[in-house]
Design a protein around this ligand. Structure first.
Ligand SMILES: NC(=O)C1=CN([C@@H]2O[C@H](COP(=O)(O)OP(=O)(O)OC[C@H]3O[C@@H](n4cnc5c(N)ncnc54)[C@H](OP(=O)(O)O)[C@@H]3O)[C@@H](O)[C@H]2O)C=CC1
Ligand SMILES: CC(=O)N[C@@H](CCC(=O)OP(=O)(O)O)C(=O)O
Length: 358
């Protein structure tokens, strides 16, 4: 595999390097950083001292057109940066996986939720959630890697949507993330002293992953339906409505997400669990827990896994799904490398079978 990684010194980029350094099938690795151009990875990131990639030097991203040919480029930069590079890469025949929100939504929705400045209208890429779009990903030129909360929310709710057993118009998603989700650039809100020993909600009612989750769950509902005509007729484009609350946990990494939805018929915890186990039985990274068990962040940190716990509250006929992921792995770098494996015809789990650090 020949790969370029632009934005290699942010948390998503560093995590990509951590996962890649154990791989023996990486024939070429180009790492882009303007700030650290010409320095070796191990000079800038001492955790890679003596590793197989430690001596690779960072390259200025502006020199992109002179890079040697690669199979795939991963772009791990803040929102709004990827479009400076994407067309140039695609024109050279290099396939692209973008970590940011730039290619996840139709432009009008993107502009609204990301407060994007006036610029060219981007066409969404193939959405990089293998559990829903595996076959599209294999042939894609441009992948929009999902957001971290969105990954957890979608994996938590896809079986409910496909089987149409809930009211999709009033779903509640309560999500908590470790601080690395806010990126590596210093900001007051993610400063250690502001976060340690505290807990708070942020971006209330305006989190940018809200339309992403609604769009994908809507699609899951329509695609999963055994009666497509009925699904299209009864659910117009705006029928999935999600109230998303995002909160900052005083830990480095991990997402703990709880989705609540109203069942339209009577179901037990055992029945919903059976439905989830069946849906995800061939998915290498999804673990559905037995009734009575709930996931924990420490059991997924450092892994590309999503653990799912299920409970049905009989009194209110509410189904509650808890999903945990590592925001930097299944929520970013791991998922991007899972997508790269699919695109390049490599076994999907290659390099991604680590167990948790706990
Ligand atoms: N952190 C997470 O949990 C997740 C992040 N994402 C997305 O992944 C992308 C990368 O995020 P993250 O890894 O957290 O890191 P940052 O957002 O902090 O990105 C830092 C990297 O981007 C490069 N960069 C390029 N242009 C700019 C610029 N104008 N300003 C600042 N940095 C720039 C930096 O290069 P240089 O070395 O030259 O400084 C550095 O390598 C973002 O779009 C984010 O939304 C998605 C899912 C989860
Ligand atoms: C803790 C924290 O701040 N998290 C980030 C989500 C990062 C991510 O996955 O999303 P994007 O790629 O869409 O930025 C946030 O809430 O904006």
């Amino acid at each position: 595999m020949r790969m370029a990684l632009l934005g290699a010194t942010g948390y998503g980029g560093i995590e990509t390097l951590r996962i890649l350094q154990g791989r023996t099938d990486v024939e070429q690795l180009i790492v882009g950083s303007d700030r650290y151009a010409a320095q070796a990875i191990e000079q800038v990131l001492p955790q890679f001292r003596g590793s197989s990639i430690g001596q690779v030097q960072f390259t200025k991203m502006a020199t992109l057109d002179d890079f040697p040919m690669v199979d795939v480029a991963l772009l791990a930069m803040p929102h709004g940066e990827a479009p400076k590079y994407v067309d140039r890469l695609l024109d050279r025949g290099i396939r692209v996986i973008d970590f940011s929100g730039d290619y996840r939504l139709p432009y009008d929705t993107y502009e609204l939720w990301y407060q994007a400045p006036e610029r060219a209208h981007y066409v969404p890429g193939v959405y990089g959630l293998p559990e829903l779009y595996r076959d599209h990903i294999r042939n894609a030129e441009l992948i929009a890697n999902p957001g971290c909360y969105a990954t957890a929310a979608e994996l938590a709710c896809i079986p409910l949507m496909e089987q149409q057993v809930i009211d999709p118009s009033r779903m509640i998603i309560d999500a908590k993330s470790g601080v690395s989700g806010a990126g590596r650039s210093p900001k007051l809100d993610s400063h250690f002293v502001e976060v340690d020993g505290s807990f708070r909600a942020y971006k209330v009612g305006q989190h940018q992953h809200t339309p992403e989750i609604e769009r994908i769950l809507q699609d899951a509902m329509v695609r999963g339906s055994t009666n497509l005509e009925n699904a299209l007729a009864t659910h117009d484009h705006s029928s999935v409505r999600v109230l998303l609350t995002t909160q900052l946990l005083p830990i480095k990494r991990g997402i703990y997400l709880t989705a609540y939805a109203q069942l339209t018929g009577t179901m037990t915890t055992e029945e919903v669990t059976h439905m989830y186990k069946k849906r995800y039985e061939t998915e290498p990274f999804i673990k559905v827990l037995q009734p009575g068990y709930m996931p924990e962040i420490r059991h997924v940190v450092g892994t590309n896994e999503c653990h799912i716990g299920i409970h049905v509250d009989d009194r209110t006929q509410t189904v509650m799904i808890v999903a945990t992921i590592d925001n930097l792995v299944k929520g970013a770098a791991g998922q991007a490398l899972q997508n790269a494996n699919l695109m390049l015809g490599i076994k999907e789990t290659t390099g991604l079978e680590q167990t948790a650090w706990c």
